[in-house]
Write a protein that binds this ligand. Structure first.
Ligand SMILES: Nc1ncnc2c1ncn2[C@@H]1O[C@H](COP(=O)(O)OP(=O)(O)OP(=O)(O)O)[C@@H](O)[C@H]1O
Ligand SMILES: [Mg+2]
Length: 230
């Protein structure tokens, strides 16, 4: 049962530091934020301000030194690896600057992969993959391998792969970072369209202020702190 008042993501008082000898490098300093169901937020800030670290912690790929993360209402902090990866697979999708597609699999099978990992029936996984490939405008390219696709097309395949499980939230780290300006804007347009149509929340790290301005809300990171928008 889905409770529509449950936030897609909720982080409280996140602290992340690295000890290097006697020196402590503070990367996140008491960061709290909520991403509502279906919301689209942009995370901006200078290089080194802690954006990727925050995204990794929200995505349960890294663990904070203190503080808590809830994904789709479920407390993730303190869960064992198996439960954490089940929660990640069920409720989160990821898009990176470089798409990380598997070169020896077709676009369709790349998109179906998160469902196959989940041990869903292969035919049903392919059917669901076909549907989201259609949503990103690549129905005609399903049999192509990553090497046969353009940069923008690969990035759209990666976006379809992030959406195929119908996650509560997609986390994207510079998803348009290696695309030319025109393609980056098209990709962002697609992100906002999918956000509206699918009801999936998006948290997107971007360096491009024009793109960030198109999100519903902007979170600004400065030296490991969220200085506005949280
Ligand atoms: N494993 C680590 N050990 C020590 N310091 C680290 C480690 N990982 C990250 N940092 C430091 O944490 C800070 C924040 O890094 P992070 O990757 O989150 O920045 P960012 O805002 O994503 O930057 P960019 O815009 O360049 O991607 C940086 O100063 C970085 O050097
Ligand atoms: Mg980064």
């Amino acid at each position: 049962m889905t409770d529509f008042s449950t936030p897609a993501l909720q982080a409280e008082n996140l602290v992340r530091f690295y000890d290097e000898g006697p020196a402590r490098i503070e990367v996140l300093n008491d960061v709290s934020l909520t991403v509502a169901r279906g919301e689209m937020v942009a995370i901006v800030g200078a290089s080194g301000s802690g954006k990727s670290t925050l995204l990794h912690i929200l995505g349960l790929l890294d663990v904070p030194n203190s503080g808590s993360v809830r994904v789709d209402g479920q407390l993730a902090t303190g869960l064992g690896e198996a439960k954490k990866s089940a929660l990640r697979n069920r409720s989160l999708g990821f898009v990176y600057q470089f798409h990380h597609l598997l070169p020896e699999f077709s676009a369709l099978d790349n998109v179906a992969m998160p469902l196959i990992v989940r041990r869903e029936n292969r035919d049903r996984a392919r059917l669901a993959a076909r549907e989201v490939l259609g949503m990103v405008g690549l129905a005609a390219r399903e049999g192509h391998f990553p090497g046969q696709l353009s940069g923008g097309e690969r990035q759209r395949v990666a976006l379809a792969r992030a959406l195929v499980t119908r996650p509560a939230c997609v986390l994207a780290d510079e998803p348009t970072g290696n695309l030319d300006r025109h393609t980056a804007h098209q990709m962002f347009e697609l992100l906002t369209q999918l956000n509206r149509e699918s009801g999936t929340a998006f948290a997107i790290v971007t360096h491009d202020p024009e793109l960030a301005a198109r999100a519903g809300r902007q979170l600004l990171m400065e030296n490991g702190r969220l200085v506005s928008g949280g």
